[in-house]
Design a protein around this ligand. Structure first.
Ligand code: PLP
Length: 433
């Protein structure tokens, strides 16, 4: 996200020019209001056209299909670590060994919650449970993913903001906090096409993560590689494999890596997985064994039959890219045409993932999102990309362009541009009062 901006056009106007601009924008807002729109750019969901791509998978596990997978029994209890074919597929996607992977359930967020909750009640690697340790701190690169922050917030863990840079989190701050303070037990990371900034961590950032020497032996990096294969542009960003970086740094049992096929096949019915170092994965399996005799396995059987391997995943994701790419191109075009000359905002230009991160003026995000709601366009709440819903600058808005049709998205973006302009012009007027 380039932060070099022109000077604010509204601030440069004379009082009369500014009043005229505001009156024009207010008329446009009234016209939009009269349209009684009902549009949604709030959550990062695949569109119906995307989920339709995976419907053939539903035919692969039926009453006549073979239900064997290696030596696993698919239609009975057992294999809590996941079917061999599903683990092999997940391992290929994450670039790790299958024995270091557990496949379980359909939601990676569930797995993250399970592991944080287990750390809270039972501890990590033999250490005291968090609940007995007093204050526990979690690092939250922000803007970031609201549901991550909610997991730790919900357990009473203190979420602390770490600023996101163009190549990943501020690693000087991360290193200082992790290496100096034993109360710091975890960090949320989305290392590729981050939600919402679209940033892919640089090799240097990944290496610095791998080289961390935490003050707490029960500190872990929660490496949520949700968008590992979700490029929609011409060139896929390359993320250094964090386990390779760990090996280089002669470290181990520092990272839990998560992923799922939620945005490859079906968000409701994908397969979710976690990978970890040799000792950690044994402990993950033991922790999960308390709550699961077996995971749902028909979906685990269907996924590798449908996607086959990493090459199959990539071919499938290229079909998603054809649907998703034009939506992101439209966002870029509408924001550029509508706002680039005004010096009131900047935004991310991601090559993959599900979001565009929009930075308006300080103090503008809540007002813009509220105005959009009034005009019938739902956006993610302002502040959601920061812990506790508090964006200190009140400037960040997450745009999720995948779900609406192109026509709806076009309309929603036109409304957004008018809303941003009006709020910016009003802020310019208020700053003169
Ligand atoms: N992780 C990130 C970074 C996400 O953006 C999302 C969904 O938006 C998820 C995880 C949810 O994944 P799952 O459906 O596997 O729980």
């Amino acid at each position: 996200m380039s932060k070099t901006m022109r000077r604010n056009a509204y601030e440069l106007m004379s009082d009369e020019e500014l009043e005229r601009a505001i009156a024009t924008l207010e008329r446009q807002v009234d016209d939009i209001r009269a349209e009684r729109l009902s549009l949604d750019m709030a959550r990062g969901k695949p569109s119906p056209a995307q989920t339709a791509l995976s419907r053939p998978m539903l035919d692969l596990v039926n009453s006549t299909a073979s239900l064997s997978d290696g030596d696993a029994i698919v239609d009975n209890y057992g294999t809590p670590e996941g079917l061999p074919s599903a683990r092999a597929l997940a391992a290929e996607i994450l670039g790790v060994k299958a024995e270091n992977v557990v496949v379980s359930g359909s939601s990676s967020l569930n797995l993250m919650h399970d592991l944080v909750a287990h750390a809270f009640t039972n501890g990590v690697a033999g250490a005291e449970p968090f609940y007995r340790q007093g204050d526990v701190i979690w690092l939250c690169p922000s803007p970031g993913y609201d549901r991550h922050f909610k997991i730790t917030e919900d357990l009473g863990i203190k979420n602390v903001v770490v600023p996101m840079r163009e190549d990943g989190p501020d690693m000087d701050l991360v290193q200082r906090l992790v290496e100096d303070d034993p109360k710091v037990k975890g960090i949320w990371c989305v290392p590729k096409y981050a939600n919402p900034t679209g940033v892919t961590y640089s090799d240097e950032v990944v290496r610095r993560f791998a080289a961390l020497r935490p003050a707490a032996c029960d500190f872990r990096i929660y490496w949520d590689n949700a968008y590992a294969v979700h490029c929609f542009g011409e060139k896929d960003d390359v993320l250094l494999n964090v386990f390779d970086a760990l090996a280089e740094a002669d470290a181990d049992n520092l990272v839990y890596e998560f992923g799922s096929t939620a945005k490859m096949t079906f968000p409701s019915s994908g397969i979710a997985f976690v990978a970890a170092g040799d000792e950690d994965i044994k402990r993950v399996r033991a922790a999960f064994a308390v709550e699961r005799v077996s995971s749902e396995k028909f979906s685990q059987l269907a996924h590798p039959r449908f996607l086959k391997n990493l090459a199959g995943v990539k071919a499938h994701m290229a079909k998603h890219a054809k649907i998703v790419g034009p939506r992101f191109a439209l966002v870029e075009q509408k924001l550029t045409d509508g706002l680039a000359q005004l010096g009131v905002a900047h935004w991310s230009h991601p090559h993959g993932g599900y979001f565009v991160s929009f930075e308006g003026q300080e103090g503008s995000a809540k007002r813009t999102v509220a105005l959009m709601a009034e005009l019938g366009v739902k956006l993610t709440s302002a502040g959601a990309t920061y812990p506790y819903g508090k964006d200190p600058a009140d400037s960040n808005i997450r745009i999720a362009p995948t779900y609406p049709s192109l026509d709806d998205l076009r309309k929603a973006l036109d409304v957004f541009v008018v809303a941003v302009k009006l709020v910016s012009a009003q802020l310019a007027r208020e700053s003169r009062a």
